[in-house]
Design a protein around this ligand. Structure first.
Ligand SMILES: NC(=O)c1ccc[n+]([C@@H]2O[C@H](COP(=O)([O-])OP(=O)(O)OC[C@H]3O[C@@H](n4cnc5c(N)ncnc54)[C@H](O)[C@@H]3O)[C@@H](O)[C@H]2O)c1
Length: 327
């Protein structure tokens, strides 16, 4: 299940505040890695129910062969506290995952920072609230940081780490090191609206909805196009490597057609035009957004082909996911 099932060093104890969709999955990751976890939810009863759900789910994962028996037992060792103060009083790391309501975040982050040890790091899983604003609710804002996981957190490797202006550099380093040590793939990103992942994901989502609204394709066809055309590449490469491999001059030409047909939101950026102007058209010219020696380019293209072949094989072996039916 998780790349790393035995963690050593900081943190030895984590408090998870809000044991819903995200908090429970993150708690499972921490507990499976062997970290002492104390969960708390809105009431002691909800906290206990959440802990029981966690234990049942870990057992289910072990039964399905997705988690070792020992790892499931570690997950079952997660405990509950009756309230925030009880959960955080001995924690090295406090993970806040209550609903996306600024008033509630203010109350909970305030209580966490009052009751947690001074040296404890406090993080919020907020999807959209500015981290700079939330840091104002924390006593000792230098120890506060955004830590944005993705659903389902037990499986999704990426985590955005979002420092506020007040966050100490050492705190960011510690969080990144810790996430790597439990097999996650953290990226440190800026505190802009939607950070990076939600901004890009929602741009894609809105264009997908527009394609359906304009009658270009059904939702099922759009899903198929996204998954099987360019989405097929995304487990391995991001937009910069993909565009470098395709050719930035090609991208610029395509964007001009899209801009003419669909409007200014498709205007190519100055940075892209500048690269093309300077002959940095991607792997074929040795440089685009990134730089490639001849040997690196050969290796990259071979690796790409190897990965795509492996993914095709895996997709062929898996049963199709039920696509859902039309309205
Ligand atoms: N669901 C997602 O896909 C997703 C992904 C990334 C980030 N997030 C963010 O994570 C946070 C939690 O989202 P979620 O989807 O897990 O929500 P959720 O509603 O599933 O879980 C929130 C939990 O917090 C509990 N809670 C409410 N008041 C509380 C209190 N006073 N003290 C302690 N616990 C309390 C609720 O009972 C619930 O169990 C939000 O900030 C959300 O934006 C969600």
């Amino acid at each position: 299940m998780h790349a790393v099932e035995s963690h050593r060093g900081w943190p030895s104890g984590v408090a998870v505040i809000g044991a819903g969709t995200m908090g429970l999955g993150v708690a499972e990751c921490f507990a499976v890695a062997g970290i002492r976890v104390l969960l708390t939810d809105a009431t002691p009863e909800l906290s206990r129910e959440a802990r029981d759900r966690l234990a049942r789910r870990a057992k289910g994962h072990a039964g399905a062969g997705l988690l070792s028996q020992e790892a499931a037992e570690r997950a079952e060792a997660a405990q509950t506290a009756d309230d925030v103060a009880g959960a955080v009083s001995d924690a090295d790391l406090v993970f806040e995952a209550v609903p996306e309501d600024i008033g509630l975040k203010e109350e909970i982050l305030g209580s966490c920072s009052e009751a947690a040890p001074e040296e404890a790091i406090i993080v919020s899983n907020t999807s959209s609230l500015p981290i700079g604003g939330l840091s104002g609710f924390v006593g000792g804002p230098e120890r506060f940081c955004g830590m944005h996981w993705f659903n389902p957190p037990e499986w999704t490797p990426g985590v955005e780490v979002i420092p506020a202006a007040a966050t100490e550099e050492e705190v960011v380093k510690r969080l990144v090191g810790f996430l790597r040590s439990i097999g996650k793939r953290p990226a440190v990103v800026g505190d802009g609206p939607g950070f990076v992942a939600n901004r890009i994901q929602n741009a894609l989502f809105l264009e997908a909805v527009r394609c359906v609204d304009e009658g270009l394709a059904s939702p099922q066809e759009v899903d198929e196009v996204v998954r099987s055309c360019f989405g097929f590449r995304l487990p391995f490469f991001g937009p910069f490597q993909i565009s470098d491999m395709a050719g930035l001059d090609v991208y610029e030409n395509v964007l001009d057609v899209l801009r003419d047909g669909l409007g200014e939101r498709f205007e190519a950026s100055e940075s892209l035009r500048d690269l093309v102007e300077r002959g940095r058209t991607g792997t074929k010219s040795g440089a685009g957004f990134l730089e490639y020696s001849d040997a690196e380019r050969e290796r990259l293209l071979l690796e790409r082909d190897r990965r795509y072949a492996a993914l095709n094989e895996l997709l062929g072996d898996l049963p199709p996911v039920d696509a859902g039916s039309g309205p």
